[in-house]
Design a protein around this ligand. Structure first.
Ligand code: BEZ
Length: 379
């Protein structure tokens, strides 16, 4: 047999020529479906820019629709690891699903790059050398928004979100920043993910009359929330704030309702740097839609993997070297260059943005080079 005559070195070389297997575990259905598509498109765009190869190796894609359903997450991730035998997992959007992925990645040692889900613990107590994130921790944009809201003179805020890891951590981060600045959060309202029946909670806000409201919603749920808030007339007297997910990738559908809203995020639509302009032009050309934060995070996941693969000449079996190179990477991101913390989460500027037409326009930097506290991370 051919393989028998190759010897160990020959087999390694043959292995090196095999495609790198990338397993996308992303939502293709439900409220986060569009976010998943943007991440996948961003990732593939970087690979295509490299001629379809990373460090000389073809890239082969495998996909699972995770449905943003934590109950199916372990089975889904095992399909990619055991059935498809992927080299690297890329996923996901929903924090609850990502927590299950991180658990399996820790148990199996599979390389995992998280291109969105902000669950703090992934680069906190669950941190591991094989787990990387190219997006944010839920704490990062939320803490920055709390600081901004306090600086704007608000004293009493209410929060509203889906009752799951991302929503609860986002509210916690906002509260930390807001109360540090002298504000007080008087009440936290929640509804189950991915419900969008907001009316009863909006009535509570109207009767409690806080100075400001902080909301975490994303995707389809964010579109409806912002519209419902305005339809209830609340925006006339109670300003609505949030992390940028509330208005990113959603402005086309939110239209008038979102105009003027202030949010905080690690990306904005008009950074107007040569790097971002080139990225946005290429993305719009390839996918006939404007890039958003999710596209950037997917693109940067591919950039991070490419950096690691380059350091080992495409030999992904050299895992220690690959991971070391990834941890030390400086990613030339459309958002601005970022590096990773010791917990392998981006250290990045958090922008203050304001909605104008179909853009989240940058107003300034809310907090420069913000690192997640990475509570409980020991590596
Ligand atoms: C999350 O579940 O972590 C998440 C989902 C959508 C946008 C941002 C965060």
């Amino acid at each position: 047999m051919a393989v028998a005559t190759l010897g160990a070195a020959g087999q390694a070389a043959a292995q090196n020529n095999a495609p790198i297997k990338v397993g996308f575990m992303l939502p293709a259905t439900g409220t986060f479906a569009n976010l998943g598509a943007m991440i996948e498109n961003g990732f593939k765009m970087h690979v295509d820019e490299q001629g379809g190869k990373l460090a000389g190796r073809e890239v082969q894609y495998f996909k699972v629709d995770d449905e943003s359903d934590p109950a199916k997450a372990t089975d889904n991730v095992n399909k990619l690891i055991k059935r498809d035998q992927v080299d690297v997992l890329v996923g996901t959007v929903h924090s609850g699903v990502a927590l299950a992925m991180a658990k399996v990645a820790r148990e199996t040692g599979t390389l995992l790059i998280v291109p969105n889900a902000g669950a703090d613990v992934i680069t906190g107590a669950m941190c591991a050398k094989n787990i990387f994130r190219t997006s944010f921790s839920n704490w990062q944009p939320a803490f920055a928004m709390g600081k901004v809201a306090a600086e704007r003179g608000h004293k009493r805020a209410m929060t509203i979100t889906w009752n799951y890891a991302a929503g609860n951590e986002s509210v916690k981060g906002f509260t930390e920043g807001f109360e540090k600045g002298g504000g007080k959060v008087s009440d936290n309202l929640t509804l189950p993910f991915p419900n969008v029946e907001y009316q009863a909670l909006l009535t509570q806000i109207a009767s409690q009359k806080p100075d400001a409201v902080y909301a975490f919603f994303a995707g389809g749920g964010a579109v409806k929330f912002v519209k419902d808030y305005v339809a209830a007339g609340l925006n006339k007297t109670i300003p609505l704030y949030g992390p940028g997910f509330l208005t990113d990738g959603t402005l086309e559908a939110q239209g008038e309702a979102a105009q003027g809203m202030l949010t905080t995020l690690h990306y904005a639509d008009n950074l107007n740097t040569p790097r971002d302009n080139a990225f946005r032009l290429a993305f719009a050309k390839a996918f006939k839609t404007n890039a958003d934060v999710y596209a950037v995070q997917g693109y940067d996941a591919a950039q991070l993997l490419a950096t690691g693969l380059k350091a080992v000449n495409g030999d992904i079996s050299k895992r220690d070297q690959l991971q070391e190179a990834m941890r030390k990477a400086k990613i030339d991101s459309p958002r601005g260059t970022f590096s990773l913390s010791a917990a392998q989460n981006p250290v990045q500027d958090i922008y203050l943005r304001q909605v104008n037409g179909k853009n989240n326009e940058v107003k300034g930097v809310a907090i420069k080079s913000l690192a997640d506290p990475a509570r409980g991370c020991k590596m």
